[in-house]
Design a protein around this ligand. Sequence first.
Ligand SMILES: [Zn+2]
Length: 260
Amino acid sequence: MTDLALLLACPKCHGNIPQDKGSMRCAGCGLQYGKKGEVYDFICRELYGSQDEYDKTREILEFWGAGWEKRLNEDEHSFIYRLPKAELEKYLNDFGSFHKENNFLFGNEVDPNSLESKTSLNIGCGAGDESAFLAYHGSSCVALDVTSQAAGAAWMLMDTLDSNGMAIQADSRFMPLRGQSFDLVYSSGVLHHSPNINRSINEIHRLLKPRGKAYIMLYATCSLMFLQPRLIGIFKGYISKDRQIEYMSRDGEKDWETED
Ligand SMILES: [Zn+2]
């Protein structure tokens, strides 16, 4: 079983982060990080090249944070955080069957029986069921999300399972983790929202062990799911490539704010 706290590293300089009663200061560059409840917080102004880049990141974080706040309290999601361990295990077995039947990543690309003793990273952990699934099948799992709400939700589920899990609020462009630490990276429906997907992919490459594997689902460029928000963005005046990326990384999924 991997001691996940030992995998933490400064997202700015990749230096060691000695932990002392919740206070964490990088031994390399001196940057200070924190922990809110059970969630490590690794988003700070110093990571970004400009105030504008940081402000845009905060807008993304607040948009998705408010979305998760709302979604996690809806009946569709909220019940799983109240399930006792045995019921949660049953839910995760059904979750695996659903993935298999619908040709999703778990059960098809990712064999649950291959996860035992592995170290996994779930980028954009959302409601937490993917991280819980990875941990339930025996991997030591780091649940990472740009929002503290989603990271905290994943932590709750992994805690109910008595599994080995850690939750981190971080930006996929600056992941606070040691290089070559993970056997498996899993990210479904997330990285097309990154303001710099190349940087996020380079980070995943840095974190994988030799022969480690990344399983990544993106919206297909020609799918309606992707085209619809792009067109809406263009109508709203997000015309240049940079502005389109800005739109798709935050406002592209308006159903997160409205009732439908
Ligand atoms: Zn540092």
